[in-house]
Design a binder for this molecule. Sequence first.
Ligand code: NDP
Length: 399
Amino acid sequence: MAKTLVIGAGGVASVAVHKMAQNSEIFPEFMIASRTKSKCDALAKRLEGMGSKIETAEVDADSLEQLVKLIRQYQPKLVLNLALPYQDLTIMDACLECGVHYVDTANYEPKDTAKFEYKWQWAYQDKFKEAGLTALLGSGFDPGVTGVFSAYAQKHQFDSIRQIDILDCNGGDHGYPFATNFNPEINIREVSANGRYWEHGKFIETQPMEIKRTYEFEEVGEKDMYLLYHEELESLAKNIKGIERIRFFMTFGESYLRHLNCLINVGMTSIKPIEFQGQEIIPLQFLQAVLPDPSSLGPRTKGKTNIGCIFQGEKDGQEKVYRLFNICDHEEAFKETGAQAVSYTTGVPAMIGAAMVLTGKWQEPGVFNVEEFDPDPFMEMLNKNGLPWQEDFEPVLVP
Ligand code: NDP
């Protein structure tokens, strides 16, 4: 029976392992390994009696040696990387060394620059091909489901897609004036970076939060949203043939933005090390230490997320618009898994990506983004695993 090794035991992992245990015919045995073993043990305890055989271990995923030792010992068929983007390359190296498949939810980022690019991971193409192994990149919601939605629209709804707008709306309220819904360091690096969108073959750069729009989201209401760079823009620009423009918008509340701007202005979001009382610290890491832990937001968060894509293009010689989206309820996600909807909407597709590779539906030698595979079995699993999708054939467009 195929075994899976999950690395990381944070918010996203807590949902993914829950969903794996619910699909124990695909995941009969798995191990949760992370830097803090007590978190892995707590997760395993919650899943007792659900049908999968679960083990736990401590591992520092920055250490190739430790990873290789653990993988050789446990002998999984696949590693599901739910640690942080900094660990992607070490874990990919360990998978190659041990001959196992690889799945993650976020592209590699070097610690010292907030750069979101696939180039480092795409460079592993030949190595994975030669080893006969699959590396599936970005199997969360965005990136992840947004890529699967794009592949589905391309396959079933359009002859050619000219424009994609990805809209990520979180209408959840956790009651804190400022907190991030996933790892604060990664989240703040992402939103405080310059914006970028793809148009006519190149990226156009904007100031952070320079482009603002409003949109009426079903079951959430009207929200302000801001253009950000997001990593799937790079892979979709490469993989959706004939695409002319792709933009990504995320909603932010007024309180979040006010606090974030203040933190940026006083230098608290900097990733440049500074000297403090004889010790070197990174301001953003210090900020993370004083902010609420995202995994503690679950019991407090009310409201819904509404994330999806609006497509414009052509079908049978006619102009066509089409929207695919999912609505996820924070409180229901918490009731089921003990985590809020941002972790839920990432953890479910992470489990599905792993299932696609393990079952051989998406298993080809090389490094792939989700939109390069057949979207149908993934879309089917979304419906069955708590993230049902909806279609709109007359969506309101974003100006
Ligand atoms: P958390 O911070 O909650 O969890 C990260 C986990 O990784 C923790 O258990 C942490 O251990 C562990 N970890 C960190 N460094 C190491 C290391 N060197 N060795 C072993 N374990 C380590 O993050 P999230 O669960 O919110 O996010 C997980 C991933 O999901 C991130 O890469 C994030 O970017 C991605 N993501 C993707 C989304 C998508 O839609 N595609 C959306 C949201 C997140 P410890 O407990 O000791 O700190």
